[in-house]
Design a protein around this ligand. Structure first.
Ligand code: PDD
Length: 287
């Protein structure tokens, strides 16, 4: 059955939804996005995603096409129309379609942003069998641009990274810059050593994960020691545990890095506990 999607004010069957060939998202990757997960038919951390979206738009000098309330209404309507119990909502806003190709930004008075949202139905997202066995990652050089804090749709290198991982028989790639792990291709990266949770601090080098913020808050409340600092690949391989976080994976244990087992080579206690706490707490606050 075809999905109902949202394009510029209209709810349409996916096969009827179109955007212009002149759209700057298509021509220049001039757009931002958000992925919000849905559990029990409710939105997880909607506020966090809405705030980050606003920030991404601001950083790119794009006006927000709608307020938070309207955004929430659209998200909820798509959940309802597509009967989503567990899954994700993808949202993308581009600088619009000026009717030609030009490096110069179009006048926002005449070129309105393109707003697209669609659902991804993922039954079993929370009770994932993958989380029970953990994932394997490889390391790759981080050659992305210098504003990774902006959630833009230029995802070619992360996509290539996933392919490199797949080719190597792994699930994902951790990116390395100046000897330190920045993040995963579409997630934030963590290690656990002697009970302490270690993750890179926030800067322009990484995306400020919404799941990261929640997980670190819950970790703190659960009396775990949290240290925000850079860590190397070698440190990660020698760690007791490793894991990633994102809106689509929540907390996901990492059991192997470049063929080297992490800790016992099975999902660690801290990651497993944090996943449980994250899911419980987020479900309580879902809207
Ligand atoms: N990715 N780092 C990168 C590079 C990401 O693309 C993402 C999210 C994260 C985690 O952010 P959050 O916890 O807010 O999802 C970190 C989404 C899920 C994606 O591209 O599908």
């Amino acid at each position: 059955m075809s999905r109902t999607v949202y394009v510029n004010g209209a709810y349409l069957a996916e096969e009827d939804a179109t955007v212009s060939i002149f759209d700057r998202g298509f021509l220049m990757a001039d757009g931002v996005y958000e992925v919000t997960s849905v559990l029990d038919g409710k939105l997880i951390d909607f506020d966090g995603h809405a705030v980050r979206l606003e920030r991404s738009l601001n950083e790119l000098d794009m006006a927000s096409p709608m307020g938070k309330d309207e955004l929430l209404t659209i998200h909820r309507e798509l959940v309802r129309l597509n009967n989503i119990d567990e899954g994700m909502i993808y949202l993308q806003i581009t600088r619009g379609a000026p009717g030609d190709r030009d490096f110069v930004f179009p006048d926002p008075e005449t070129t309105k942003p393109t707003v697209v949202l669609f659902t991804q139905n993922k039954p079993g997202l929370a009770d994932s069998p993958v989380a029970k066995k953990g994932i394997k990652v490889i390391s790759i050089e981080d050659i992305r641009w210098g504003r990774r804090d902006i959630k833009t749709v230029q995802l070619l290198y992360p996509s290539m990274g996933k392919m490199m991982a797949k080719k190597a028989g792994a699930d994902d790639a951790w990116m390395i810059e100046n000897g330190f792990v920045t993040e995963g291709t579409s997630n934030n990266a963590y290690i656990v050593k002697d009970g302490a949770i270690i993750t890179r601090g926030l800067s322009n080098d990484i995306l400020h994960g919404i799941t990261r913020a929640a997980v670190l808050r819950f970790a703190d409340e659960a009396q775990y020691k949290v240290i925000e600092r850079n860590f190397t690949l070698e440190e990660a391989q020698q760690a007791d545990e490793a894991f990633i976080t994102s809106a689509s994976t929540f907390v996901m244990p990492v059991v192997e890095i470049d063929g080297h087992p992490v800790g016992t080579g099975t999902p660690g206690q801290v990651a497993t506990r944090l996943r449980q706490v994250y899911l419980e707490e987020c479900k309580k606050n879902a809207i």
